[in-house]
Design a protein around this ligand. Structure first.
Ligand SMILES: NC(=O)c1ccc[n+]([C@@H]2O[C@H](COP(=O)([O-])OP(=O)(O)OC[C@H]3O[C@@H](n4cnc5c(N)ncnc54)[C@H](OP(=O)(O)O)[C@@H]3O)[C@@H](O)[C@H]2O)c1
Length: 273
């Protein structure tokens, strides 16, 4: 039997590159997607040397509406079928909603939500027909906690809302896929060591946060792979975020908002902001 193939978006860095390593280690071939083709090519060579798997390198800008169709076409043109999808590519859209251009918000939505949904919509029919599929959507713990000014400043006002949508969509798709062996999971990381905070300008602030707030990209990818293999709908990564998201489920909303607001003030003070 030919090796299974997983499409991984945002594979040129951080969590996406870590997902590539985890899937390759499990014997999957890869379709690596991002804008920085040189990095994808390096990763493809590394995965071949280390695990003997083959990779397709697909340079694509997922903030463009045509990208999902082009990605799927590139895979099928290479004579491969898509057995897995890791929707991971992303970046922040810093700044208050009213202060940013709608064209920027639209691009953000295209990258962070529409492209995720269209890719799923494109790959699901084949997965259902063949009776096998694995889909991981990379969400964020910001989806499970009250918003803080930090989200707006660095990731964008609608970032937590988009990441919440990914959780709900994953849960609903998992139910649809249950009888067809199409597993769907949302992996929910908190702060993760990657280039994300360099891209959105938060590095100086984030570097002052306690180390126990951080996961590695490898921890996130391992948790995501495990979740989708076990068909767990939502997997929060890291003890701290399991605790905080658990607290958010039991505390009344005003108490949780107060907690997050006071924590934000304390951190801003210690960071000298
Ligand atoms: N880091 C965190 O603290 C954290 C926490 C919770 C959730 N997340 C989520 O985790 C995911 C991965 O982020 P990361 O932490 O691994 O950040 P990262 O190291 O900056 O990686 C982001 C990846 O997305 C790709 N990407 C960005 N814009 C793209 C575009 N327009 N078209 C195609 N690819 C694009 C980048 O590739 P190119 O630049 O080469 O295109 C890169 O491979 C994101 O969805 C993020 O929201 C991150």
């Amino acid at each position: 039997m030919a090796r299974r193939l997983v499409v991984i978006t945002g594979a040129s860095s951080g969590i996406g590159a870590a997902f590539a390593r985890v899937f390759a280690q499990k014997g999957w071939d890869l379709a690596l997607v991002a804008r920085r083709e040189d990095r994808l090519t390096d990763l493809a060579e590394e995965m071949k040397a280390q695990f003997g798997v083959n990779s397709l390198v697909i340079a694509a800008d997922l903030s463009k509406a045509t990208a999902p169709q082009e990605i799927v076409k590139a895979v099928t043109d290479a004579g491969r079928q898509i057995d897995g999808l890791v929707n991971n590519a992303g970046a922040g859209q810093p700044g208050e909603f009213a202060e940013t251009k709608w064209t920027d918000q639209k691009r953000f939505l295209q990258l962070m939500l529409n492209s995720y949904l269209e890719l799923i919509h494109l790959v699901l029919p084949g997965m259902r027909e063949r009776g096998f599929g694995r889909i991981v959507n990379v969400s964020s713990v910001s989806a499970l906690l009250p918003p803080s000014p930090g989200h707006t400043k660095y990731s964008g006002t609608i970032y937590p809302g988009i990441k919440s949508a990914l959780i709900k969509v994953s849960e609903a798709l998992r139910i649809e896929g249950q009888d067809r062996n199409v597993n769907v999971s949302a992996v929910v990381p908190g702060y993760t060591m990657s280039e994300f905070h360099d891209v959105n300008g938060a590095r100086a602030t984030v570097s002052k946060l306690p180390s126990y707030w951080f996961s590695t990209a490898e921890e996130v990818a391992t948790a995501g792979y495990d979740a989708v293999e076990r068909n767990v709908p939502v997997r929060v990564v890291g003890a701290w975020y399991k605790f905080m998201s658990g607290l958010a489920r039991v505390l009344p909303d005003p108490a949780m908002r107060w907690l997050i607001a006071s924590q934000t003030r304390r951190l801003a003070k210690s960071a000298g902001n």
